[in-house]
Design a protein around this ligand. Sequence first.
Ligand code: ARG
Length: 577
Amino acid sequence: MNERQKLVQAINQETGLDIDKIDELIEIPPQPTLGDYAFPCFVLAKTLRKAPAAIAAELAVKLGRQLTDFERVESVGGYLNFFISRSSFITSTIMDVRARGAKFGSAEAPTADPVIIEYSSPNIAKPFHVGHAFTTILGHSLARIYKHLGYNVVRMNHLGDYGTQFGKLIVAYEMWGDETALQAEPIKELLRIYVKFHTEAEKDPELEVQARERFRRLEAGEAAEEALWTRFRDLSLKEFSEVYERLGVSFDNYNGESFYSNQIPAVVDLLTEKGLLESSEGAQVVRLDEFNLPPCIILKSDGTTIYASRDIAAVLYRYQQWHFAKNIYVVGTPQALHFRQVFAVLKKAGFDFADDCVHVGFGLVRFADRKLSTRSGDVIYLQDLLQEAVDKTHEVIRANAAARSLDLTEEKMSEIAEKVGIGAVTYTFLKNSRERDIVFSYEEMLDFEGDSAPYVLYTYARGRSILRKAAAEPGYSIEVSEAALLRLDTDEEFAIAKLIESFPQSVVKAAQTYEPFMVVRQITQLARAFNKFYHNEPVLSTADPELRQARLALVDAVCDVLYIGMELAGINPVEQM
Ligand code: ARG
């Protein structure tokens, strides 16, 4: 048990307050003079019928007696301030990391509740642009965070593979499709003929009629149309997979919009049975006045289904299939209204799981300095962004290697550049609260001293290199005694231990608020604390063997936590750079 857990347990014993509630109420005071933890006693005033200050004063004495390895407990106003003993805090923190290993920061008793996380969801035959990168990276990290906390995560890619545009693509492909181009760069070719369709249709409206007819045939399951659609879908997916592979992202399920299209009649029946469908200007809608929302269109006037009805069918399917405890949509903020409407329709239809559906929105992506090389128009392809980041990282690594006369082969450098460059992009998406717009700047992204992936990766690699050197000594053992660990008590060591100890809370908070930046920020701070420690205190050259061993154990714990944090963010650690 670490100090915080001991504290929670002691407060629970003295007050009978719920453990989770206590954990939530515990604060980290802004100034060290107010202790290492604080607990506000105001919640107890009602039940105990006493003033918070009096409660705090009484509890300070009782808890002071009970918490033997704390330095002292004080009361100030209605607050309890706890002062921990540095060395025992550092010791129990390191022992905790060593005991739990890769599971550090995960739930000790996992719930295994099913959680659906839908992310990425690009559109077939359309470029995978930087906005899709945001949902992909954010969702991937959330999936890992939830998994780490013990949930049974289902990662879904709700592909945009349905709609009238497929009728247009079929017509366009038959008229102007270039087979070789389609094989080589499918999305580029599909985009070309799609754009051509629109310019041509302006001159010849007959094309639109043909497209509608082809879409109708596709919906009816006609072989020729279905074959083409399947091809477009497969080719697009192949191209998306290259991006996913590069990012290290994967999915458990690729049910796209088309998968749900034949479930719409059941949705319509259900809404009709419940008396929720109304005609409005020829369309079938569900009114949502009581939610202060515009009506949700279920069927258009021509009887075709829309995006929202496919989403409603999808939720029903997901619930039936997985009985989710949570159904999370990582989709840009501009779609907030759409999701509010979908959830409101479900609520109105009496499905309680509507309350377990969450839309996790995010901001826009902008570019600060230069114009990024784009292949067509002003969409920025993710592949181009990744490649540019990797190339620039390669330059930096080559320069660093030359400056420090490191012996790195060209091949090794490429391998490191790939991981660091991709990590740098990932980090940029996750470093701030997700609702904030992202401004890309290579200077910031690749700043080895700033808040960046290279900074964290470099710190990790440095820690690992210290440990490698120690391990290469004859007779080295990673064992460390408690007595040795108790020798750690400097400001720098204490700062590191505090950040490690609060890491599990940041993982939980990141999950609760759908904000992976909380984990990213925590490991960045840990990297900073580590570099300060390493700058001020010797590790390998510590003369006293016991203290040296303890410091190595601290380095080891830092590396473990940085590793877990990077994994949760979807950043691939490198052992050397
Ligand atoms: N394919 C859509 C797009 O690229 C996003 C889909 C979001 N998910 C959903 N269930 N509606 O904009």
